[in-house]
Design a protein around this ligand. Structure first.
Ligand code: MG
Length: 169
């Protein structure tokens, strides 16, 4: 495999762990507000991001590539309303989509069909992540502006349960 692609895959492990860290930080923010359902939602989101990191790691292992784990950046955003993490999450997912697209582009240039096929799952996943993040914003705008609506949204997000990723390597 082309060294540039291997380096991008290795970097993506770190980016996915950073995503997990970012979502844990959001979970902590909601926990402080006693919005336990939102906190639960982001705890589970963090688990999913860790899964993504492990999938990139496993793909590298399966292809005999050396994995180098780097330091994970500190989540440095501060939030001053329950809406702000939702917006930050949607922005972050768009950024992750651009990262996946960039690796895909390199794989395509290099006729690395195996990596393209591996990334297909992430291309679909990013569409879902962006869609979910956007709908959390629009639902918050619709229902979150009064305390009863916010309570019901929080109750709903309390019901999110973790499911392992459908991709198995
Ligand atoms: Mg991810």
């Amino acid at each position: 495999m082309n060294n540039k692609i291997a380096a991008l895959l290795n970097e993506q492990i770190n980016k996915e762990f950073y995503s997990a860290y970012l979502y844990l930080d959001m979970a902590n923010y909601y926990d402080e507000l006693d919005l336990d359902g939102f906190a639960n939602y982001y705890m589970i989101q963090a688990q999913e991001e860790r899964d993504h990191a492990l999938l990139f790691m496993k793909y590298m292992q399966n292809n005999g590539l050396k994995v180098t784990l780097e330091a994970i950046g500190k989540p440095d955003k501060t939030y001053s309303s329950p809406m702000e993490p939702l917006v930050a999450a949607a922005e972050h997912e768009r950024y992750v989509t651009s990262l996946i697209n960039n690796i895909y582009h390199e794989a395509h240039q290099d006729k690395d069909y195996r990596t393209m096929k591996f990334l297909d799952w992430f291309v679909d996943e990013q569409m879902e992540e962006e869609d979910n993040a956007d709908s959390m914003i629009s639902r918050f705008k619709l229902f979150g502006s009064d305390s009863k609506g916010l309570y019901l949204l929080d109750q709903e997000y309390a019901g999110r349960v973790y499911t392992a990723p459908s991709l198995v390597l």
